[in-house]
Ligand binder design. Structure first.
Ligand SMILES: Cc1ncc(COP(=O)(O)O)c(C=O)c1O
Length: 450
């Protein structure tokens, strides 16, 4: 292949020599991204790359956002300046969304998960937290890498860092593609799976359960969508045990799934909600939202969460702007409509190519799993990576989950501001990648299409 500026050996030597390699044994993707505009990234050669990966809005990025003069200076942690995101979130998220504490540090959402975790622990300090887990390596939760949030994360990345926080229990992820819990007609019996999970929790519990934390779509775990009704039943299980329900909407919140928040699909209001990614539009911003009742309860016990950037006004202002644009441009409704188009395309592709074992997602978060064959469902990480590499060559960043154990699944989350034409050009690249990648283009034999 011709030498390009992306191959700049001095750049990559410096990167390899000076950066801690943090991606689970994988290497950096050899593409230098210099800028973003609209839904495109531009590499060192000026080549446009359509972004189906970041799940963030470049157009709403703070670089195109002008805060009013004198606005940016953070005060002391105890002096939160306006604006208050919570007021803006309240009418969008339902009755629980009243009190918020936004945090912005390098690791955006981890503080939010951690903060939610601290709130629930303080409410009932001796209680355990129930995490969602995975019996197979494809269906994992991800809440972050700080100690608290990593303790709630059940992926292969859990291994090798010593004991997690005490009291971390697990529930099975409802992976309809792989779960052994089946109805007589072969469909996924997620109710039995969840009830069984709780029977094991009850057996392990010493009677002090505190909370369940859950992603509406286990995104890094392979885009596992909670089945309709699942959150409601989960809430019932929580209520029966006086547990809190924490919903981590780092990826699904702020319009992505076709509603402002994914929990709305089930008509369930969480006790604690955590947000980031889309909310910050590229800036490190996360928010923890809870009811006045819970806030009062923990405040009276002396709840503290000091971080250097807690309640910073600049990221909060960006968050407010994002919420304004969400409403002004009907981004949730657009995500729903474009998501249906995206999904119909992927299902069409699955009808053609044997290697697409499963298609799943909601709104503008769609996934597909690449397998060796549909009967064994054996994951094919090598082919998935080859497909992702081919897409990048063709000008599309469509993330294959480069986390060991989930590398056979694509997780695609374009900016919510994407137009239909831009979406279609990304889909055309995906189609071309399947046509032109060795091993992928094994079409289904006529008569075997399901
Ligand atoms: C659902 C969810 N929660 C928490 C996190 C952690 O966020 P951060 O990487 O900003 O710490 C992520 C990151 O991808 C996530 O997807």
């Amino acid at each position: 292949m011709a030498h390009t500026k992306n191959d700049d050996s001095s750049f990559w030597r410096r990167a390899d020599d000076s950066l801690i390699r943090y991606s689970g044994g994988g290497s950096f993707i050899r593409r230098i991204i210099e800028r973003a505009e609209g839904v495109y990234l531009y590499d060192a050669d000026g080549k446009p790359i359509l972004d189906f990966t970041s799940g963030q809005e470049h157009e709403l990025n703070p670089r195109s956002f002008k805060p009013r003069a004198g606005f940016v200076a953070p005060a002391a942690s105890r002096q939160p300046g306006p604006p208050f995101l919570g007021n803006a979130l309240a009418p969008r998220g339902g009755p629980c969304v009243q009190v918020e504490q936004y945090t912005s540090s390098g690791s955006r959402q981890s503080p939010a998960s951690l903060n939610g975790w601290r709130i629930q622990r303080m409410r009932s300090p001796h209680r355990k937290i129930v995490y969602r887990q995975v019996r197979d390596s494809l269906s994992n939760s991800w809440h972050g890498v700080t100690f608290g949030s990593a303790s709630m994360t059940f992926q292969t990345t859990r291994k090798g860092y010593g004991p997690a926080a005490a009291g971390s229990l697990v529930l099975p992820a409802p992976n309809g593609y792989r779960s052994p819990f089946r109805n007589p007609d072969g469909t996924h019996d997620w109710k039995k799976e969840l009830d069984y999970g709780f029977s094991l929790i009850d057996a392990q519990s010493v009677g002090s359960l505190a909370a369940v934390i859950v992603e509406p779509i286990l995104s890094s775990g392979g885009v596992i969508v909670l089945p309709p009704g699942y959150l409601r039943r989960l809430k019932e299980h929580c209520e029966a045990r006086d547990m809190l329900l924490i919903v981590d909407e780092a990826q699904t919140g702020v319009g992505r799934t076709g509603k402002n928040f994914a929990f709305e699909h089930d008509g369930v209001v969480p006790d604690i909600l955590t947000l980031s990614k889309t909310l910050g539009a590229g800036l490190p911003l996360s928010a923890v939202i809870t009811s006045n009742k819970i806030e009062e309860a923990v405040h009276s016990k002396g709840f503290s969460f000091f971080t250097t950037h807690v309640s910073d006004p600049l990221p909060a202002a960006v968050g407010l702007r994002v919420l304004e644009v969400l409403e002004r441009d009907n981004l949730a409704a657009r995500a729903e409509a474009l998501g249906q188009r995206f999904r119909a395309f992927l299902l069409g592709l699955q009808a053609q190519y044997e290697c697409i074992g499963d298609v799943r997602g909601m709104g503008l978060m769609q996934g597909m799993e690449i397998v060796r064959d549909r009967t064994t469902k054996e994951p094919d990480e090598v082919l998935a990576t080859a497909l992702a590499d081919r897409m990048l060559e063709l000008g599309l960043s469509a993330n294959v989950l480069r986390i060991p154990g989930t590398g056979s699944s694509f997780r695609m989350a374009p900016p919510l501001t994407i137009t239909q034409d831009e979406l279609d050009s990304g889909l055309a690249i995906i189609a071309e990648a399947f046509r032109s990648t060795k091993g992928a283009n094994k079409a289904l034999a006529v008569g075997t299409r399901d």
